[in-house]
Design a protein around this ligand. Sequence first.
Ligand SMILES: CC(C)(COP(=O)(O)OP(=O)(O)OC[C@H]1O[C@@H](n2cnc3c(N)ncnc32)[C@H](O)[C@@H]1OP(=O)(O)O)[C@@H](O)C(=O)NCCC(=O)NCCS
Length: 174
Amino acid sequence: MNIKHLNIRIPLERESEKILHYVNHVAGETDFLTFGKGEYPLDSNGIKKSIRNLSSSKNSIMLIAELDNQIIGLASIKGYDKIRMDHVGDLGITIMKDYWGQGIGKQMVDFLLKWAKNNEFLYKVNLKVRHDNVKAIKIYKDFGFAKEGVLLDDFKVNNIYYNHILMGIKIKTL
Ligand SMILES: CC(C)(COP(=O)(O)OP(=O)(O)OC[C@H]1O[C@@H](n2cnc3c(N)ncnc32)[C@H](O)[C@@H]1OP(=O)(O)O)[C@@H](O)C(=O)NCCC(=O)NCCS
């Protein structure tokens, strides 16, 4: 598949329906997300509100990866609002399965971290990843994330429990 024309950008509020369609699709493609098929908690209006909130937030960003007018990736850093935590953001990412292994995940993480480095508030980016998600862990390590902890049995799929690895990166020197 030709990903030469991949466009990574901030979504518009009016694209919420497309994003909902994307999220419902990828939910059925992987057990590494915290929601499965039909379990995503937001409807189109909720996503619209989320896009609005993130775009007006001082330390958050949502990105889509778009190819031929189709959303094939979604990633975000959600920064905390409270002053004592507003230097911290949580990273999340999904790519549509048909496009795995073509460097799109890495491009999105790269975009997010470059943006975070230029953000006035963020100093630390954290994430949680299922302990056996080797591909995602490799990407995070390659970008400099380090393992900072483990949450035992924090994740459950079909009544099987998995540990979550906590990873973090300091993106600026103080
Ligand atoms: C994890 C995810 C975002 C990665 O996106 P992607 O576009 O497939 O990733 P990329 O192609 O950019 O990079 C994949 C890297 O993992 C490596 N990789 C692939 N399979 C691997 C494996 N079994 N073990 C270790 N590394 C592996 C690739 O070699 C590549 O690294 P390289 O370019 O240095 O060689 C995507 O697979 C996804 O959406 N998965 C489901 C949702 C998910 O797990 N999200 C993260 C939750 S924390």
